[in-house]
Design a protein around this ligand. Structure first.
Ligand code: MTE
Ligand code: HPA
Ligand code: MOS
Length: 765
């Protein structure tokens, strides 16, 4: 091919800082800037707005509130949230919206709106909610079919485990821009993981049908679950103003406000009793698990359910009673965050493994080993039988790779030195993350493939690129399938006009679902191109200029045709370049475009019996973490983290490595320094980088390695690969359990996560 192709590297431009975020889009003349007015109480009523200081401002355009909308309710599952609150449920809830001529004036004017309130007393913790019977759902239970009968040598351990929330801290804050055009059409540019839901919620807000709303998403500066449902609210406010004013409007949240008013990872509170044998084998687990849903339901139900689906993590639990319930508190409505409740479930059992080890004076590694899912012990508490289970191999391989036994001895020796200012700890934990959306209907996706007569290709799917590399991975899978060099494939922006009725890019399944759909579309075109290639092979000349000579390629010949090195070959000596073949197709009216729809097969769950096969497969892995703790300051350092992940046949090891390390570090922050503290009036006191500490480059493991466990068995998924986005987040828990090991605090009945410096010092004193 002579013509040089300059492809826009959709994913790599992202890492080079070239992405145009919503707020980087150049404003049109007269564009309106919006900013929300936020409640300054956590519970009560808005009695009145006073706009006297606002309306006289030359930059003021308009003010919107609940009175401006008929149907003041939205939500991703049930519409229980107001777009504008009259009855306030949390500090920082959106009660009004300022439209102004400049970004700065919109922010200033929003703060100048005077609000008169009738105040009530808020509920700010799960414990308080339990006491006041304030819940967002009834109790959900997974109960083992066979009741546990006590044994005389039972060892019972009871306790409580408090798990904190987490701020997403995406670099790009929530943002939307809406262009109103003739014919009552809205074009919405949104920083969302879920364009289809933005379309639906904006329709609800404006009463404009879905068909007249287009949502386009370029790339996100991070989502991490925080833009799965909650981007829709911001977009809807923007849509309202745009329709009312018939102008282009944008709404970009500042960091501090985004921090205060958007949902976080759910805090959890577990009350448990575990019964084990004297050797540490789990016999029975009873846990009452409460999540802090905040004020509204949002995605709390599937998040709680995923929490319950992951209390087993890598370990077989023969008898169980797992009860889950969502507390309703006067805090922001908590939402999806990497792991989607899974980490809060898995952290419980990993903490228990450590406690059991310390109670029985066994190495917790040994306790984990005997409890791992293994032969004849492969059924989860929700009835799914694990296929192709390599957990025992992964753990033992990693123990070897990380020289577990000799490191254990070394740590013992180091800790026996009373003059040292450091205490060392080590822990090996695992992850077994179920892949599929737990709501079955979300496990579908579609793709559009356009092949152009110069031998290049456009691919478009419902997947959102948010830094995880999904567009690169889809492109790589297409490139392998078509035998085309990747620069021939151009990934188009996600847009509801090309891909409608999509699911959020979430549940780690972005590549699984969208690459599968792209291959289904590709196969349809490939079949037509094989007919064409076969037809040419029957002619003497290497061209086909007469449509009537087009023949169907017989099955035995299909097997021989190869798409490789930007060519098509395999029948005799005929080699046709992809460009030649595609241009021939165009000239002979053979369609070069197609559409594919994919749905995940064989997944189901019976809500009555709480049993089924909710996951297509599991992504698994393990990590060995070594920490040291300063005895005087409580400071922790992660000395070493060695990870072994089973990602089937990884689509791209480099991308996956980035995801694994990123997830581990993000989880390390969750279990150590990231703490959300509310004032008694419900205001989030830790709402900026000065008071809320995410890991920085100095906090990451000093020695950090990722290896892949070879596994070719995952034929259930595209290209035998496995999803990577969330599963390794669960590995960060090992930082917590390694600290438990160092502090030897497993005999205490009440523990809390994160291990901040203060929390650690409490255990040391
Ligand atoms: N990686 C980056 N860089 N940025 C993100 O926002 N989100 C995570 C994970 N990795 C995220 C990320 C979450 S919560 C999910 S569900 C997956 O990516 C979503 O993308 P995928 O399905 O393509 O893996
Ligand atoms: N994961 C992420 N997002 C979701 C899920 C899930 O399992 N279910 C509904 N939204
Ligand atoms: Mo991820 S929490 O499923 O967006």
């Amino acid at each position: 091919m002579k013509k040089k192709i300059f492809a826009d590297e959709f994913s790599s431009s992202h890492t080079q800082g070239k992405t145009i975020y919503v707020d980087d889009i150049a404003p049109v003349v007269g564009e309106v800037h919006l900013y929300p007015v936020l409640s300054t109480i956590a519970k009560g009523k808005v009695a009145d707005f006073d706009l006297t200081q606002v309306e006289t401002d030359p930059n003021f355009i308009n003010f919107f509130s609940a009175k401006d909308i008929k149907d003041n309710a939205w939500g991703p599952m049930i519409a229980d949230q107001p777009f504008f609150a009259n009855k306030i449920q949390y500090y920082g809830e959106i009660i009004g919206l300022i439209a102004a001529k400049t970004p700065a004036s919109s922010r200033q004017l929003a703060k100048k709106v005077k609000v008169e309130y009738q105040e009530a007393k808020p509920i700010l913790s799960i414990q308080e909610a339990i006491k006041k019977k304030s819940f967002l759902c009834d109790t959900i239970s997974f109960i083992s079919p066979k009741k546990y009968k006590n044994n005389i040598d039972d060892v019972g351990i009871v306790g409580e485990f408090h798990i904190g929330g987490q701020e997403h801290f995406y670099l790009e804050t929530q943002a939307a821009r809406v262009t109103y055009s003739e014919g009552n059409h809205l074009k919405i540019e949104s920083s969302t993981q879920h364009p289809t839901e933005v379309q639906h919620i904006c329709s609800k807000m404006t009463n404009i049908p879905y068909s007249q709303i287009t949502v386009e998403v370029n790339k996100l500066g991070g989502g991490f679950g925080g833009k799965e449902s909650q981007a829709s609210h911001i977009a809807a406010l923007c849509a309202l103003a745009s329709v009312k004013l018939q102008k282009t409007c944008r709404l970009i949240l500042d960091r501090d406000e985004d921090f205060q008013i958007t949902g976080k990872r759910h805090p959890f509170y577990h009350k448990y009793k575990i019964i084990v044998s004297p050797a540490g084998q789990i016999r029975h687990l009873k846990v009452d698990m409460y999540s802090d849903g905040g004020a509204y339901l949002d995605l709390s139900l599937p998040i709680l359910q995923r929490g319950m689906f992951h209390v087993d993590n890598c370990y077989y639990i023969p008898h169980y009673e797992i009860n889950g319930r969502i507390a309703k508190t006067n805090k922001v409505s908590n939402t999806a965050f990497r792991g989607f409740g899974g980490p809060q479930g898995a952290a419980l059992i990993e903490m228990l493994m450590e406690r059991i080890g310390q109670h029985l004076e066994l190495d917790p590694y040994q306790v984990r080993q005997i409890n791992l899912y293994q032969k004849n012990k492969l059924t989860t508490p929700y009835g799914q039988k694990i296929k192709h289970n390599f957990l025992p191999e992964i753990f033992s391989d990693l123990a070897k790779k990380s020289a577990y036994q000799s490191q254990r001895k070394k740590i013992k020796k180091l800790n026996s030195d009373p003059t040292s200012e450091w205490l060392y700890g080590m822990s090996m934990t695992g992850t077994k993350f179920g892949i599929s959306f737990t709501a079955k209907f979300l496990n579908q996706g579609n793709a559009l493939i356009n092949i152009l007569p110069d031998g290049t290709m456009q691919a478009s799917t419902g997947a959102i690129e948010m830094g995880q590399g999904v567009s690169h991975k889809i492109r790589k899978i297409l490139s392998d399938y078509w035998g085309l060099t990747p620069e021939r494939i151009f990934m188009l922006k996600t847009n509801t006009e090309k891909n409608a009725n999509t699911s959020a890019t979430a549940a780690s399944s972005g590549t699984d679902i969208n690459a599968s759909a792209a291959l289904i579309a590709s196969e349809k075109i490939k079949n037509r191109l094989m007919d064409l290639y076969y037809s040419v092979s029957l002619l003497r000349k290497k061209e086909l200029m007469d449509e009537s000579k087009l023949k169907k390629c017989p099955k035995d010949k299909v097997k021989k045709i190869k798409f490789a090195n930007n060519t098509v070959q395999g029948l005799g000596k005929l080699v046709i370049s992809f460009q030649e073949l595609t241009s021939m197709a165009y000239m002979n009216r053979v369609s070069l475009c197609d559409y594919g729809h994919y749905k995940t097969e064989k997944i189901w769950f019976d809500d009555k019996t709480k049993r089924g096969n909710p996951f297509l497969y599991y992504s698994t892995g393990a990590v060995n973490t070594v920490v040291k703790i300063n005895k005087f300051t409580g400071e922790i350092k992660v000395q070493e983290a060695k990870i072994l992940m089973d990602l089937g046949r990884p689509v791209d090891e480099k991308i996956d490595r980035g995801q694994i390390m990123g997830a581990y570090i993000q989880a390390q922050g969750w279990v150590t320094t990231e703490e959300l503290i509310h004032r008694p009036d419900g205001f989030l006191a830790t709402h900026s980088p000065t008071t809320y500490k995410i890991p920085n480059i100095q906090d990451i493991p000093r020695k950090f390695s990722v290896d892949f466990f070879p596994n070719e068995t995952n034929t259930a998924n595209v290209a035998k690969s496995k999803a990577v986005g969330e599963p390794p987040f669960l590995l960060g828990t090992s930082v917590y359990t390694a600290i438990m090991d160092a502090l030897h605090c497993g005999k205490k009945n009440e523990l809390s996560l994160p291990f901040t410096g203060e929390n650690i010092l409490d255990h040391l004193s």
